[in-house]
Design a protein around this ligand. Structure first.
Ligand code: ADP
Length: 270
């Protein structure tokens, strides 16, 4: 909506001077709309796993003399429960982030620590699917911000790279400095994303393939969280992707001023 709400107070001062106070409320109205859409989406998203759990509970009741079926339905309930927990957690994360933009009381954060903590979050998933997870690039870089949030952002990208890749693929995380900017790139050889979807994947709850996202326990919120965190650190996130070949997501953050004596150089390690 492009409605422009104008509040004007005109006060003649002397013969000619006019003071006008103009307030543009377009932004406020847009934020309100986004909030309303978000609440509608959240209700829909919460109803899906709850509905599935209720159906599964009914199915368990009806299958009491078939232990194999009971086991399958119970596993399904557990899966939906995990999805629900994750969804609630991510909704809480998102709403917390809204109150921390720009990041309040930022600290110097070592990018090496962010990358290793982010990669650790996906190690088990990667091992289970025989995906080789490597890190490399420039060491010793720092940004100013909130370490926990940065781990969530890079962690979400690594998690997606693992989730949207076939078994046996490679995922790499690279760090490099470009002038006053740190670039953290997560590259996969996975399914890739069609050009038409590239603009939309950062929207809340947008999934290219809802069935696949559901299978991997996705909530559709991961990338919107990444985008939010990058922006509140004064940076951004970009994606390059070729369908069927893989994707690279790059978070760019303003570099914390270089500290003399700080080690720097290119080191590659698995
Ligand atoms: P989800 O929880 O579904 O993974 P995200 O917000 O993290 O939600 O991502 C949105 C959608 O973008 C995903 O559902 C998926 O379709 C697509 N996507 C994200 N990362 C990748 C990737 N590395 N490779 C292919 N598709 C991806």
């Amino acid at each position: 909506t492009q409605t422009l709400h104008v509040l004007a107070r005109v006060a003649p001062l002397g013969d000619r001077l006019v003071l006008a106070l103009v307030e543009d409320r377009t932004h406020e109205i847009r934020v309100d709309e986004i909030r309303r859409d978000f609440v509608a989406n959240v209700s829909h998203e919460l109803k899906t796993p709850v509905g599935a759990m209720m159906l599964l509970a009914e199915a368990v009741e009806g299958a009491s003399d078939d232990p194999e079926a009971v086991r399958r339905f119970a596993q399904g309930m557990q899966r939906e429960g995990e999805r629900l927990t994750r969804l609630v957690q991510e909704i809480i994360d998102l709403s917390r982030l809204q109150y921390d933009d720009p990041v309040q009381s930022p600290d110097p954060v070592e990018i090496d620590d962010v990358v290793s903590a982010a990669v650790d979050r996906s190690r088990v998933d990667a091992e289970n699917r025989d995906i080789r997870l490597t890190t490399g690039g420039t060491k010793g870089l720092q940004v100013l911000g909130n370490e926990q949030q940065l781990v969530i952002a890079v962690g979400n990208l690594v998690e997606n790279a693992v989730s949207y890749s076939p078994e046996g693929a490679k995922v790499s995380v690279g760090v490099r400095r470009r002038d006053d900017v740190v670039e953290i790139s997560v590259t996969d050889q996975g399914y890739g994303i069609a050009e038409a979807d590239l603009d939309r994947i950062f929207e809340r709850f947008y999934r290219v393939d809802p069935a696949r996202s559901r299978e991997t326990g996705g909530t559709g919120l991961g990338l919107s969280i990444v985008k939010h965190i990058a922006a509140s650190h004064g940076g951004d996130v970009k994606v390059w992707s070729v369908q069927g070949a893989g994707s690279t997501f790059t978070v760019r953050l303003p570099l914390h001023p270089y500290r003399p004596g700080q080690p720097s150089g290119v080191v590659s390690h698995a």
